[in-house]
Design a protein around this ligand. Structure first.
Ligand code: SAM
Ligand code: SF4
Length: 458
């Protein structure tokens, strides 16, 4: 039972479910939380003096990958970037003027789309905007990361990112196999990828991570094993191995993917089993969900100490920050609320041009939401739950509060996804792979949400 992959369990528990980068999930966001309310929440957040985590969404890409589920705008016209930055500047100014200038920024992330769609001059402009508006901690204290499409960088531009203050790089790779790359319209050479990663190391970035996807068209265990060999040679500190989320009714570009070329169910499971084994054999630790890290990586250390956290950027070592997201579709997490920006460029520009914050929807958490969020975060991050700690944190009798859920955990205990004991429960290695199923037991809203909204957990 120490093995992470257990075919019978995976088959039994393979359902659709949320990834819990937030709880409640974005499906629960509604228009009651509008720009005016968000503005009040920003000002009110100063009393907490919480540190800040900042996100910028750069939606542009110059070619489209057929599998892509990100919020992006495909264009080869670089002229779109400058007006976008003008609007980001206004948004950032409007938020920053409400915030206590002493609050420290411990985390920054640029995501997309493709942040390196911006020219170097534009990347510097955005860097200065952030640095002028906010108070950043030093390089040793904070995590400043950017998503890189290796096809859009050079050694010189990677060096420039270090000068801009970034200290972590996240590279999109997906698969090195030529046939798979053609099938998903993402032709990416191994040499250009290696050059970018090697330059990242040379420039002293603290951490390098890569994104891979299993379940893409034409993937076989043999071909993907070769990709993993090459990844292991590149020796990233962290590896995200995403399960391909094929939802063509939501992400229209995925209609370009030939469904007949997708690996059938059994092959998909073989791909997952083989990948987990190959990465563990190479010395990586399985963090949970779809993340692996080297044993000396801070994610592993924080998980061992029970202090790992989760937000919209995935696993994180900083808890209790207020997160401000800027740009199209960006999500903020401020105090006990989540809010999201308008998703389309026209609407986003119109709101900002009218002098408004571009907030479109969100949710303020009830006491029940807060309790369940804490429980779900503990499960997703630290793989265990201590009823006493939950009882003390919320002045409740957690065992009584969750009496129904504890009963529903019993079959998972019998299947050895977790071990229930008097004080709480601990997730077993096969349970780590099915961690969403365990968290879903505590999701109050799930029965009301159409399952096809979410991707499959495996
Ligand atoms: C914003 S994208 C990556 C940044 C950059 N544009 C690139 O492509 O290199 C973040 C990651 O999401 C993952 N991703 C995108 N669409 C996905 C899907 N349908 N299923 C699973 N993972 C997906 C990919 O691994 C991708 O690297
Ligand atoms: S995977 Fe990256 S480069 Fe490809 S379309 Fe999505 S955001 Fe753009």
């Amino acid at each position: 039972m120490n093995k992470v992959f257990n075919l019978a369990l995976v088959e039994k528990y393979s359902v659709q479910g949320p990834r819990y980068t937030s709880y409640p999930t974005a499906v629960q966001f509604n228009e009651a939380l509008d720009a005016a309310r968000f503005s009040q929440l920003i000002s009110a957040s100063n009393a907490s003096r919480r540190d800040l985590s900042l996100y910028a969404h750069i939606p542009f890409c110059d070619t489209v990958c057929y599998y892509c589920a990100c919020n992006k705008i495909i264009t080869k016209n670089k002229k779109h970037a400058s007006p976008y930055l003008d609007h980001l500047a206004h948004e950032m100014g409007a938020v920053a003027e409400k915030l206590d200038a002493n609050r420290k920024v411990v985390q920054l992330h640029w995501g997309g789309g493709t942040p390196t769609f911006l020219s170097l001059a534009e990347q510097w402009r955005l860097t200065r905007l952030f640095r002028d508006h906010f108070n950043f901690v030093g390089d040793d204290e904070g995590e400043f990361s950017i998503e890189i499409d290796p096809r859009t960088v050079t050694p010189a531009s990677i060096a420039a990112l270090r000068e801009m203050g970034f200290n972590r790089l996240s590279f999109g790779i997906q698969d090195f196999d030529t046939d798979v790359q053609i099938a998903v319209n993402r032709i990416q050479g191994q040499d250009e990828t290696k050059l970018a990663i090697d330059e990242g190391r040379k420039q002293g970035f603290h951490s390098i991570s890569v994104d891979l996807i299993y379940g893409l068209p034409l993937q076989t265990t043999k071909s993907f094993a070769r990709t993993l060999d090459k990844i292991i040679d590149l020796s990233p500190d962290r590896i995200a191995l995403f399960n391909y989320a094929h939802l063509p009714h939501i992400f229209k570009i995925q209609k370009q993917i030939k469904e007949t070329q997708l690996p059938p169910g059994q092959e998909r499971l073989n791909l997952l089993e083989m990948s987990i084994q190959q990465l563990i054999d190479a010395g990586y630790v399985f963090i949970g969900l779809d993340h692996f890290a080297k044993p000396d990586d801070s994610l592993v250390k924080h998980q061992q100490a029970g202090t790992l956290y989760r937000n919209f950027q995935g696993y994180s070592t900083f808890s209790e920050c207020d997160l401000f997201g800027f740009g199209l579709s960006a999500i903020s997490q401020v105090g006990n609320s989540y809010s999201q920006n308008i998703k389309d460029k026209k609407g986003y520009y119109a709101a900002i041009d009218a002098g408004k914050l571009p907030t479109i929807r969100g949710v303020e958490l009830s006491q029940d939401d807060l309790i369940r969020r804490k429980v779900i975060t503990e499960i997703m991050c630290n793989m265990k739950l201590d009823w006493q700690a939950i009882s003390e944190a919320f002045a409740i009798d957690a065992r009584q509060y969750f009496a129904d859920e504890i009963q529903r955990l019993q079959p998972m205990h019998d299947d050895r996804l977790l071990t229930l004991h008097a004080g709480g429960f601990t997730v077993t290695p096969p349970g780590r792979l099915l961690i969403r199923n365990i968290a879903m037991v505590f999701d109050h809203y799930l029965p009301q949400v159409a399952q096809q909204t979410f991707s499959k957990v495996i």
